[in-house]
Design a protein around this ligand. Structure first.
Ligand code: GCB
Length: 603
């Protein structure tokens, strides 16, 4: 009992969990000197974790990570990466090998490559994302371990690399566990593998690891000036390094010196008239150059403000209605994890055709290409971490994991003007433990970034049969109150006109989900489940109902495209797809698409 109380106290003080915030994460990787390890990787499916236990005849060959080869004819080694099949990396394993379609477990990956490290440079091994648990080895030695399926990580592997042939081996495990983030049950496919880019990044011993450049909204615009704020973070605590910030089009050229903590910052007033703000109508980005010791990082950065006033969301000081749609990170045609600008472009073009200025990238951080492409196309973004349904709220490691994923999502995308909302959770049943967990996350997000809004998809409680009331202790911690509702799907569509909604908070409201399923090409009466007409009617009734909600600042209906989910087993209809898409899994438009498009045209 005493021990439990002590643990609870530590937990309340926020020191129970080892929060590994200091693990470095390099940002804007595409602008750096990189050597791609994407391509064909050999893989071995390891159902029983033999890879760690296969020491049998010769303990020195222990572990697949050694990539051992027989030295003598009589040597027994029961694996051989070079004879194993290959698959494309980045890519999920489920759609590349029929044997792995439903597989959740361990697969070992190997890639051999020639590399010639340069003197006086360091090499980082970077992964855009690996789902879920990754142990990484370079030339038989451990480089590091990472958990979390949707955020980037990197290890300094300078000491592990050789000049010439090198081998990277990664053990990937996507088994589910109750204490993970996400937890055991979720409504999307648990695509396993090395699902985003693998790169070697060559850096100087001292380099700019990350930076932020934005309009400081804490300083009110004075006499026609914005305050522009720039922060740069070195990879180490080194004072006296000179960093140059240059924005040629704006004739900005500033030098800053780092202090003892390896950071440098600068604020300057800039005439508002000379700054074109980023917006969906004018997604203006400026070329920004950040230099240190003759090495320059280039980025494209937009400037904008985002804030709330009562129930309104203001973009650049003007109210905006967020015409959105939710999206999963799946390829536009067929299933499989998406990870390219081309995939993102197709999905985002469909959203644009629907009339959207906003997307909810659900339910985990999507790849960087998607966020950048949305920024280029003028689409605002809601970005989320996979704190979904019932997480292990009282487990300090679970908190630490969610905290880390939130940190890494923010650090990766903190210079994307289009990202306006960090979402910390989706549909989490109320409890005191959940409130404690989520309020800490919200405060953490705010401490890292005060240039965006915080939200989460909440649940509505019914006060009576037709009265809905949003009542959530988390309302205090968020800037935008958002909720999911499924009238017409998980309850009768005829209820829609009778529904009343009470949202007792003076904050903007987003309906973060509504929708229902339809099998593309299945037609029938509007009360017949799974027909396009059923979904079409559901959208009509919902749009009419939603129009009556006071203070509505936007919607992101569920969902742009049918997506794979192991929960959806109805033969002939679902076939392991959640059918709530406005597009089929093959990119065909269903009738409801036109209802939403028309509704958005009127907004
Ligand atoms: C929800 C979840 C979403 C599901 C959806 C559904 O509320 O947030 O992940 O896919 O409902 O289709 O039931």
């Amino acid at each position: 009992m005493k021990k439990t109380m002590a643990i609870m106290l530590l937990w309340c003080l926020g020191i129970g969990a080892a929060i590994a915030d200091e693990v470095p994460q390099v940002a804007n990787v595409l602008a750096r000197q990189t050597f791609s390890l994407n391509g064909q990787w050999n893989y071995i499916i390891d159902v029983q974790e033999e890879g760690y236990y296969d020491y049998r005849m010769n303990p020195t060959q222990w572990g697949f990570f050694r990539n051992a080869k027989p030295q003598k004819p009589e040597d027994l080694i029961e694996y051989d990466f070079d004879k194993a099949p290959t698959m494309q990396i980045p890519g999920d394993w489920n759609t590349q090998d029929a044997r792995l379609f439903f597989y959740e477990g361990t697969v070992w990956f190997k890639r051999t490559f020639d590399y010639h490290p340069t003197n006086n440079r360091r090499t980082l091994l970077y992964f855009g994302a690996v789902n879920y648990d990754a142990h990484v080895y370079v030339n038989g030695r451990k480089a590091g371990h990472h958990i979390g399926g949707f955020t980037p990580f990197n290890f300094d592997v300078t000491e592990l690399l050789k000049d010439g042939e090198n081998t990277v081996i990664v053990k990937v495990d996507n088994k589910r566990h109750a204490e993970d983030v996400p937890t055991q049950i979720f409504d999307w496919w648990n695509y396993g593998g090395i699902t985003r880019d693998v790169l070697l990044i060559s850096v100087a011993p001292t380099y700019v690891e990350n930076y932020t450049l934005n309009i400081n909204q804490d300083v009110r615009k004075k006499k026609g000036f914005y305050t522009i704020r720039f922060n740069a973070f070195l990879n180490k605590k080194e004072a006296g390094q000179i960093i140059t910030l240059s924005i040629p089009e704006l004739k900005v050229n500033e030098q800053l010196k780092t202090s003892d903590n390896g950071r440098a910052s600068l604020s300057f007033a800039f005439p508002a008239k000379r700054l074109q703000l980023w917006s969906p109508d004018n997604p203006k980005r400026y070329r920004v150059e950040i230099s240190l010791n003759g090495e320059t990082l280039v980025d494209s950065i937009g400037f904008r403000t985002i804030e709330t006033r009562g129930k309104q969301i203001l973009l650049n000081g003007k109210p905006i209605f967020l015409k959105g749609i939710s999206i999963h990170e799946e390829k536009p045609y067929g299933g499989g994890r998406a990870n390219s600008t081309a995939d993102a472009h197709t999905l985002l073009s469909w959203a644009k055709e629907l009339g959207c200025n906003f997307v909810r990238l659900a339910h985990y951080p999507h790849n960087e290409y998607a966020v950048r492409e949305a920024e280029r196309m003028g689409i605002l973004v809601w970005s989320e971490i996979p704190v979904y349904w019932t997480i292990a709220w009282t487990n300090p490691q679970t908190y630490s994991n969610a905290h880390r994923q939130l940190t890494d999502m923010i650090r990766r995308d903190q210079n994307r003007a289009n990202v306006i909302i960090w979402s910390i959770a989706n549909e989490t049943p109320h409890s005191a433990e959940r409130d404690q967990f989520l309020s800490r996350l919200a405060q953490h997000a705010r401490s890292l970034d005060n240039t965006r809004l915080i939200s989460m998809a909440m649940e509505v409680t019914s006060a009576s049969n037709y009265k809905n009331r949003l009542q959530d202790n988390m309302h205090e911690y968020v800037d935008v109150v958002s909720f999911n509702q499924y009238i017409g799907w998980y309850r009768d569509v005829n209820d829609a006109p009778k529904m009343t909604w009470e949202i007792p908070y003076d904050k903007p409201v987003i309906i973060s989900e509504f929708g229902g399923g339809a099998k593309y090409g299945l037609h029938g009466a509007k009360n017949q489940r799974w027909t396009e007409e059923f979904q079409e009617n559901l959208y009509r009734e919902n749009c009419a109902m939603i129009d009556k909600i006071e203070g509505l600042a936007g919607t992101t209906p569920w969902i742009l495209k049918d997506f794979r989910s192991p929960r959806r087993v109805l033969n002939g209809i679902q076939d392991y797809y959640n059918r709530k898409g406005l597009f089929s899994d093959n990119g065909e438009k269903k009738k409801a698409f036109y209802v939403l498009k028309e509704w958005y045209e009127g907004k």
